[in-house]
Design a protein around this ligand. Structure first.
Ligand code: GDP
Ligand code: MG
Length: 556
């Protein structure tokens, strides 16, 4: 397919502004999918995406479109909108020359509209503003046009007004893609240079790499080399995604497609790697900035015999989501496991849900913590969260953009929910790393009758020590069984006690319900009690069941 008739573009937007719906209409209009079906976000293939109604993984689809007597190949990459997945967005953009920036005609510019615009702007891509949902009763496309002109400096007459839901004016979008986005700058005569921008693991075929070809051609049977590992592979299959895999004989520079080359090990298919032909080495492409984990949590198998299964599930899923960082870890209470780094809380939840749904595992996930970094953000809420205002801009009479420096641990847990409820859903928020700042942090110990419980040592801000300590003590009180003596549960900073709960003494007599007689029944009960004790950990003379740790450490 001629390069000059190829366009590679992405759809970017704030969450819920209609990217996936617009993608459905583009697939229909180009005949890629049947129009008669009830198409709803067809590119959201994962179960977690369909259940939550959000896009988590970027997806690729090749469309063919006839315009003014010529056929064009349009490679569309749908991207997630939520702040936690902006890593997916920047990766997708590296395979594109332009973007459709979708803005809701009712809500106008929101936090991730701004964040995603700048990702595209920095990558020097053509930006086509698309104002969506003009069918809504409260739609005000004129106001949104002015916002776009003010914030992004894009003339308002460049905005395309559509309804993705009703299919209004979708042709103009395709026309703009052809007219305003340049074809990729590539050289088909040069030796192969292919960027791996995504990869998934298929149980039967091994690694399926999504590639964008910058130079050359690749065919089935070619011997290719990974610039990252220097290993050589034979290409078993190449093809395009329309949007399901469709094998072809060759892939040419300027095209986006997939490639299977017998890579078996998940470490062999690094995202950002460059592939070239054996004997024709090339300068590797720049690759990607590695994602920066913002939220950390421990992950453990519920039963240690599941360790190896969970290990391989985590490896396969991180191949598909390379923004997760994994380190081996172990806990006295929970055994061998991992410490995982995520881009945000939603990202953590989605990863956990995918592990359960796609790999059939069940895990213990501990309360997330953060490395102590500060971040930029916008809001109210501010004082209680130790923030400092940095920037203020009025987008129009009704909307203001605020930037604040925040400690990250203040926003990862429930900040987004509080902001939404305080502003009745009107405010939106995005963040980026602003480096480390000094803060008044203390180490907090949890003690049982004066003995430190190493599993529960945490770092907290001095002002929050009391409330955090109280929560942990309360959770522990609820999950510790009564024992023969009283137990004092304390949270302490150095020698200073900041919270305390007490578990009253109680004699657990398992025989209480056996009235006389049956000696075998008594023996059974005593044996069961002894087995139960094996799962206990002794702290001082206090027996702590594994359950109690799980209840204290687990999220919710
Ligand atoms: P995404 O998060 O940007 O991918 O957004 P979706 O495509 O999933 O759409 C979010 C919601 O907005 C869904 O409920 C869509 O049905 C709805 N929506 C999308 N486009 C339109 C539109 O043009 N008009 C109206 N009224 N609703 C739309
Ligand atoms: Mg979507």
């Amino acid at each position: 397919f001629p390069v000059e008739d190829t366009r590679n573009f992405s759809i970017i937007a704030h969450v819920d502004h209609g990217k996936s719906t617009l993608a459905d209409r583009l697939l229909e209009l180009t005949g890629t999918i049947d129009k008669t079906k009830n198409n709803k976000q067809v590119l959201d293939k994962l179960q977690v995406e369909r259940e939550r109604g959000i896009t988590v993984k970027a997806q690729t689809a090749s469309l063919f479109y006839n315009f003014e007597g010529k056929q064009y190949l349009l490679n569309l990459i749908d991207t997630p909108g939520h702040v936690d997945f902006s890593y997916e967005v920047s990766r997708s953009l590296s395979a594109c020359q332009g973007v459709l920036l979708v803005v809701d005609a009712n809500e106008g510019i929101q936090a991730q509209t701004v964040a995603n615009f700048f990702l595209a702007f920095e990558a020097q891509l053509s930006v086509i503003p698309v104002i969506n949902k003009i069918d809504l009763k409260n739609a005000d496309p004129g106001r949104v046009e002015k916002q776009i002109e003010k914030v992004f400096d894009i003339p308002s007459d460049e905005c395309i007004k559509i309804s993705a839901k009703l299919g209004t004016n979708i042709e103009s979008v395709l026309q703009a893609v052809i007219e305003r986005i340049p074809p990729p700058k590539v050289h088909r005569k040069n030796p192969l240079r292919a960027l791996v921008f995504d990869s998934t693991f298929d149980q039967y075929r091994g690694v399926v790499a999504n590639v964008a070809l910058f130079d050359g051609v690749v065919s089935k049977g070619d011997k290719i080399v990974s610039a990252h590992t220097q290993k050589t592979y034979e290409v078993n299959e190449v093809g395009v995604l329309i949007p399901n895999e469709q094998p072809t004989l060759k892939l040419y520079a300027g095209q986006v497609g997939y490639l299977i080359a017998g890579m078996k090990d998940v470490t062999e298919a690094q995202i950002g790697d460059t592939l070239y032909l054996r004997n024709q080495p090339v300068e590797p492409l720049p690759g990607f900035k590695s994602a920066k984990a913002m939220v950390f949590a421990g992950m453990y198998p519920i039963d240690q015999s599941e360790y190896n299964n969970l290990k391989s599930a985590i490896e396969k899923l991180t191949l598909n989501d390379s923004s997760v960082t994994v380190h081996r870890d172990s806990s006295l209470a929970l055994g061998a496991g991992w410490r995982l780094g995520f881009l945000g809380l939603l990202h953590m939840e989605v990863f956990n849900q995918r592990l359960e749904q796609e790999y059939n595992t069940s895990v213990i996930l501990t309360t997330p913590t953060v490395p102590y970094k500060a971040v930029l953000a916008s809001a109210k809420l501010i004082k209680a969260r130790r923030a400092v205002q940095k920037h203020l801009m009025f987008i129009d009479q009704n909307r203001v953009m605020l930037k604040y420096l925040f400690p990250l641990n203040e926003i990862v847990v429930d900040f987004y929910d509080s902001l939404k409820s305080l502003s009745s859903g009107y405010a939106s928020f995005d963040y980026e790393d602003a480096g480390y700042q000094t803060a008044d942090l203390v180490k907090m110990d949890i003690l049982l009758n004066g003995n430190i419980v190493e599993e529960l040592v945490t770092v907290v801000h001095k002002e929050k020590a009391h409330s955090v300590g109280k929560t942990i003590c309360e959770r522990l009180k609820d999950s510790l069984p009564r024992q023969l003596f009283e137990i004092a549960i304390q949270a302490a900073i150095g020698s200073k006690i900041v919270a305390r709960e007490t578990v009253k003494a109680y004699r657990k007599n398992v025989l209480a319900k056996c009235y006389g007689g049956d000696i075998t029944r008594k023996m059974k009960l005593l044996k069961r009690q002894a087995e139960g004790k094996k799962k206990l950990r002794k702290i001082g003379n206090i027996e702590v069941p594994k359950d109690a740790f799980i209840k204290v450490l687990k999220t919710q």
